[in-house]
Design a protein. Structure first.
Ligand SMILES: Cc1ncc(COP(=O)(O)O)c(C=O)c1O
Lengths: 263, 410
């Protein structure tokens, strides 16, 4: 059982939904980002998605694009992101960290070396946007062998037949992308999302977490009430990019967590 | 002739869209069902005579194919060696090879019932070709173009607007072709139901590299026939410039199994491949990586972050290269070289003065390599270079580099 499995088990016992927060590693600087990361569990975050900065984030809107650019400009690298996670793991052994990003920096690092380094750093899972099931041999299968969860995205364009393919080799949880679009888009409609979550749940026992287009505590609550959890990313990064202090951003994160845990 | 014993270079890609280890389908799940559907529809169209009838009719009467194969006599004499032929794809409607591919994709889009077309463009030639064919068929057209390229290829921006297309300047990154492609992909992910993404080169996820190559192969097929008529034999050396590699793949592909034909791709050397980053020679100066849906050679740093290239030519200013070229490079079937901005500008001027042809800056790179090797070759050696675009779009850029003040002309 992985740290992610244990987290969902705990939440299920408590009758709570999972609050998943996404931040970009190194944004706006490695130091501030590390401080924010370490404050997330106390703010009520159940699972952390740590964004790996990449020059060409094809599935991300302006907010996350700019966060990645700020991180890279501040000298963030995959190595430093691994160090940041390792540091976090020393002070928190419970909260799962999922790396979310694009394949090239990992491919460039070397898949085998990356999996070993990630495992050593206490990383629990991977969401790699540009690795669909068709490319499972690249990273998904080696990652599972190495004991890391590979969390797949299901989307509104994933039809029932394809869903079988998408759910194979998925572990930890399933991430349902609530809209066709990029991160930071307009509000996801819970009426549209509800039947989709049911459709996915019919095909798997894994928890289904919904993300993309969730921007407020209210929206997070609504979505969480019809799924096993909700992800918020761009809205948190926006607060940070407005120059708010880490404490202020964590206050906003806590309000989102409260919304989800109330659901 | 290919048979079971003969190891053909023309059978790629495999069913996973791979040329050796290159290519593939590295896209988000949202796009995956779309490219699978595109692959299916393309496979059907490819063997449908009606599809090719429609293509041929438009190639003949709208584009003006076949394009001539022209013996550049004064250039040949000046260089004093190999015989230099030019494949005149700059005479196509809209002034470049790009329309060969656009026609194919737009006819396919119509068969698939898609009425909103998006495209990325660097030099603007692919954007203009897409806007043109969309105007002809009454389709909505949105072209993503890097803000830096909007500036240096202003005439093409105006042409696209005249043709009714919406041109979206892209400010992320350094504002060139790579960034335009990112934003086109973001548009596609958002507008999945009605939108067809018309990619302008032999890159992107499978089936694009193979599909674009197939449409551009008309160039090489014509050269094969025309050279037979002119010389009674095949050319000895093929030379083409490479941005993503579509005009080059179009010329090379029909000759891949003719092992007596030398194949040379010319990458943009910018200020020189030794100088860090200030070039776009992905094969000479890059290494394997994954970007824009495929694995190929990329300009990147030690952390796997993509670097911005540099070239005087907007059409060659791309940090990657089509996966089939990456494969041809690795197995040694084709050779890849680079030419600097300065050498390309020199070739540009020589071509104007000796042949009365104003070439685009992209094929000027190919021509510069011709100038480099032709003098050393035998008079019986036949070179065919791809004159894949005309230079109207580049006159402002060239004027600037030659310190010619346009405002003082009148
Ligand atoms: C005239 C011309 N040649 C070449 C290119 C480069 O593209 P490719 O390498 O796909 O032929 C362009 C691209 O805009 C172009 O306009």
């Amino acid at each position: 059982m992985t740290r992610i499995d244990r987290t969902f088990q705990r939440l299920s016992k408590e009758g709570k939904k999972a609050f998943v927060a996404y931040i970009m590693a190194g944004d706006p600087s490695p130091e501030i980002s590390a401080e924010l990361l370490c404050g997330l569990p106390a703010a009520g975050v159940d699972i952390i998605e740590l964004g790996l900065p990449f020059t060409d984030p094809m599935a991300d809107g302006l907010t996350i694009q700019r966060a990645g650019q700020r991180a890279l400009a501040a000298g963030m690298t995959l190595k430093k992101t691994l160090d940041m996670a390792r540091h976090f793991r020393k002070i928190d052994q419970e909260t799962p960290i999922v790396f979310m990003g694009y394949y090239n920096p990992i491919y460039s690092h070397g898949v085998e070396k990356f999996l070993k380094d990630a495992k050593d750093a206490g990383i629990d899972g991977l969401i790699i946007v540009d690795l669909p099931p068709e490319e499972d041999e690249e990273l998904c299968i080696p990652a599972q062998v190495a004991g890391l969860n590979f969390i797949r995205l299901a989307t509104p364009t994933t039809d029932n037949l394809r869903l079988i393919t998408v759910l194979t080799n998925t572990s930890g949880f399933v991430y349902y992308v609530s809209i066709t679009g990029i991160t930071g888009s307009e509000e996801a409609q819970s009426d549209d999302v509800e039947p989709e979550v049911a459709r996915i749940k019919a095909g798997t026992d894994l928890p289904v977490v919904v993300g993309f287009g969730i921007n407020t505590p209210d929206a997070a609550k609504k979505i969480a009430s019809i799924a096993d959890g909700a992800v918020v990313g761009s809205a948190i990064i926006k607060e940070l990019s407005r120059g708010k202090s880490v404490a202020e951003v964590l206050e906003f994160v806590a309000s989102l967590a409260e919304g989800v845990h109330d659901a | 002739m290919p048979n079971e014993l003969f190891n053909s270079f023309m059978t790629g890609p495999d069913e996973r869209g791979r040329f050796g280890n290159f290519g593939g389908r590295f896209v988000s799940e949202t796009l995956m069902p779309l490219i699978l559907e595109l692959e299916k529809q393309y496979e059907i169209a490819k063997t449908d005579l009606n599809f090719w009838d429609e293509m041929n009719e438009l190639w003949t009467n709208y584009v003006g194919r076949p394009s001539p194969l022209y013996l550049a006599k004064r250039l040949t004499n000046e260089l004093g060696g190999a015989k230099v032929y030019m494949k005149r794809d700059e005479l196509n409607h809209t002034g470049a090879h790009k329309i060969n591919n656009v026609l194919g994709q737009i006819i396919l889009a119509r068969r698939m019932g898609k009425n909103r077309i998006i495209a990325e463009t660097g030099a603007g030639q692919h954007g203009v070709a897409t806007a043109t064919v969309c105007a002809k068929f009454g389709l909505k057209c949105i072209v993503y173009m890097g803000a830096h390229d909007v500036e240096r290829q202003a005439p093409n921006v105006f042409r696209m607007r005249l043709l009714g297309a919406e041109v979206v300047p892209v400010t992320s990154g350094r504002g060139t072709l790579k960034d335009a492609m990112n934003d086109a992909l973001r548009d596609w992910v958002t507008n999945v139901r009605d939108t067809f993404y018309c990619i302008g080169t032999v890159a992107g996820p499978h089936p694009y590299p193979a599909m674009v190559r197939d449409f551009q192969s008309i160039i090489g097929k014509e050269v094969k026939e025309q050279m037979q008529l002119n010389e009674g034999r095949s050319p000895d050396t093929l030379i083409a410039a490479i941005g993503g590699g579509s005009n080059a793949m179009g010329l090379f592909y029909p000759f891949l199994d003719d092992d007596d034909v030398n194949i040379v791709g010319v990458e943009a050397g910018g200020k020189g491949v030794n100088q860090k980053m200030e070039h776009c020679a992905s094969l000479t100066g890059g290494r394997a990586g994954v970007l824009h849906g495929n694995r190929t050679y990329l300009l990147q740093d030690d952390d796997g972050q993509i670097l911005e290239g540099f070239s005087i030519s907007a059409g060659l200013d791309y940090p990657g290269i089509g996966p089939e070229h990456a494969w041809l490079h690795d197995i040694g079937r084709a050779k890849y070289v680079s030419i600097t901005d300065e050498q390309a500008l020199e070739a540009f001027q020589l071509c104007c003065e000796l042949e009365g042809i104003i070439p685009a800056l992209e094929p000027s790179h190919a021509l510069a390599y011709v100038m480099k090797i032709a003098p050393k070759l035998d008079k019986n050696h036949i070179i065919c270079m791809n004159m894949c675009g005309r230079g109207d779009k580049d006159i402002f850029t060239v004027a600037k580099h030659l310190n010619f003040d346009m405002s003082e002309v009148c």
